[in-house]
Design a protein around this ligand. Structure first.
Ligand SMILES: Nc1nc2c(ncn2[C@@H]2O[C@H](COP(=O)(O)OP(=O)(O)OP(=O)(O)O)[C@@H](O)[C@H]2O)c(=O)[nH]1
Length: 425
């Protein structure tokens, strides 16, 4: 196959420039880190396009080495900027000084072997090593991100970068093994041609990978946001319902029990009234952190209302769930929460319900947990009430602890924690 070098160069120039302009036009649709990394990516494309413009002059005037030095320095810098932009987009540490040092070393090497002490082979070694090194700086974070998220875009971008490393290494090997070292890349050996074709295709391929990467990460972030409570960062009701659906399926399949705790902060209105809404918000975050410390990694916590949380306890029957609830209650009541510079004493009322065959979804289970919570509130707050298989009405009727608790209703915010015994289950 005959590859016409001027055509390759012209195509490379046109598509790099077109891609740069196109991305510039759609930059408004990007935000935050993605926008910053896209800006760097566009600069990298435009620098590459400019390098393609100077390339024919370098090829036509080998007797004037600065042309060649400028082209190579621009191409390496453009590639380095592209790698930097990709690192930003994958969330890898920017390491701008290391990237800058690598770029400066490669450019210095190119200038040295092109102008000061002309040596084609040494220049190619420096250039190829620089490009491959930049590709490697992206490959590692891409691999990490791929292992974490498994998105297709990471694999596509990794493939493009692997192709870059492969072709540059091929060029190096071909040059090292050549009997008569070439004096110019325009002698068009196979690896040089592959390198030129790659250089002309890479902007389009890598830009497609860049966009794919952006849309997949943005999509994943949107999915995450749709399942997370914005204040506390725990699951929202939708995410809890999804988790619960899996637990219900497991319970129906293998008979594995699971329980739900409905947790409500007592007299939270007083926290807001006394300390302000900001401290109230911080107290809710501190409350979540405190509760999480008492739970297993497999337990799931979610926020279902202002100061109301649900905790799902997989493979947990009612007796054990009650113990967990009691531990959560005690841990919170034990010491005030640190919230935005204030110490906020909080107590919790917790309703416990265990999954029953026939519960179609989380709501069915939560209805019972809510009834138990209502009973706990009525019994005086700062207590745990569990509903096992007995009807809800039985859970606090005639219970001495509940009646004693009810007498404590309306206690001041910092009142000592009341005690509680389970009433049913
Ligand atoms: N700071 C803050 N407060 C919230 C948030 N969501 C709800 N609240 C407050 O939580 C309080 C809940 O008040 P109530 O439903 O009367 O309940 P309570 O004062 O906790 O009393 P009991 O639940 O009956 O013990 C209200 O004052 C809400 O404004 C939030 O996101 N941040």
């Amino acid at each position: 196959m005959h590859i016409d070098l001027p055509t390759v160069i012209a195509l490379g120039w046109i598509q790099t420039l077109a891609m740069g302009v196109l991305l510039w036009m759609v930059m408004g649709a990007f935000a935050g880190t993605a926008r910053r990394s896209l800006r760097v990516w566009i600069v990298s494309l435009l620098l590459q396009a400019a390098a393609w413009i100077v390339t024919p002059f370098a090829a036509g005037h080998p007797e004037y080495p600065p042309f060649g030095a400028v082209v190579n320095a621009m191409l390496v810098s453009a590639f380095g900027l592209g790698a930097y932009a990709l690192r930003m987009l994958t969330g890898a540490p920017a390491r701008q000084w290391r990237m800058l040092a690598l770029g400066a070393a490669v450019v210095a090497g190119i200038v040295w072997f092109q102008i000061v002490q002309p040596d084609y082979a040494a220049r190619v070694y420096v250039f190829c090593t620089g490009i491959a090194a930049f590709a490697l700086t992206v490959l590692w974070p891409l691999r990490g991100a791929w292992l974490r998220h498994g998105h297709l875009a990471y694999r596509v971008t990794m493939l493009v970068m692997l192709a870059v490393v492969g072709i540059e290494v091929w060029r190096l090997v071909e040059l090292a093994l050549a009997e008569r070292p070439p004096v110019s890349m325009f002698q068009a050996r196979a690896a040089d041609l592959a390198h030129l074709v790659l250089m002309s295709l890479q902007p389009a391929l890598a830009s497609a990978a860049f966009l794919l990467l952006y849309y997949e990460t943005a999509h994943a972030e949107l999915r995450r946001l749709a399942r997370v409570d914005p204040l506390t960062g725990v699951n929202n009701r939708r995410a809890l319902a999804e988790h619960a659906a899996r637990l219900i399926a497991a319970a129906q399949r293998d008979g594995r029990p699971f329980s739900a705790l409905m947790v409500d902060a007592d007299h939270f209105k007083r926290v807001n009234d006394r300390y302000g809404h900001g401290v109230g918000d911080a107290a809710l975050c501190a409350l979540v952190a405190r509760m999480q410390r008492t739970l297993r990694a497999s337990d799931l916590i979610g926020r279902t209302g202002g100061e109301e949380f649900v905790i799902l306890l997989p493979t947990t029957g009612v007796a054990e769930a009650r113990e967990v609830a009691e531990r959560v209650r005690e841990t919170v009541a034990m010491a005030p929460l640190r919230a935005d510079g204030s110490e906020v004493a909080l107590t919790l009322s917790i309703g416990v319900a265990v999954y029953r065959t026939g519960d179609a979804d989380l709501d069915a289970l939560l209805q019972r947990a809510d009834t138990a919570l209502y009973a706990a509130k009525h019994a005086g707050r700062n207590r745990v009430v569990a509903i096992g298989d007995a009807p809800a009405a039985d859970t606090h009727a005639g219970n001495p602890a509940a009646r004693a608790g009810a007498a404590a209703d309306g206690a001041p915010l910092n009142a000592a924690a009341g005690s509680d015994r389970p009433v049913s289950g």
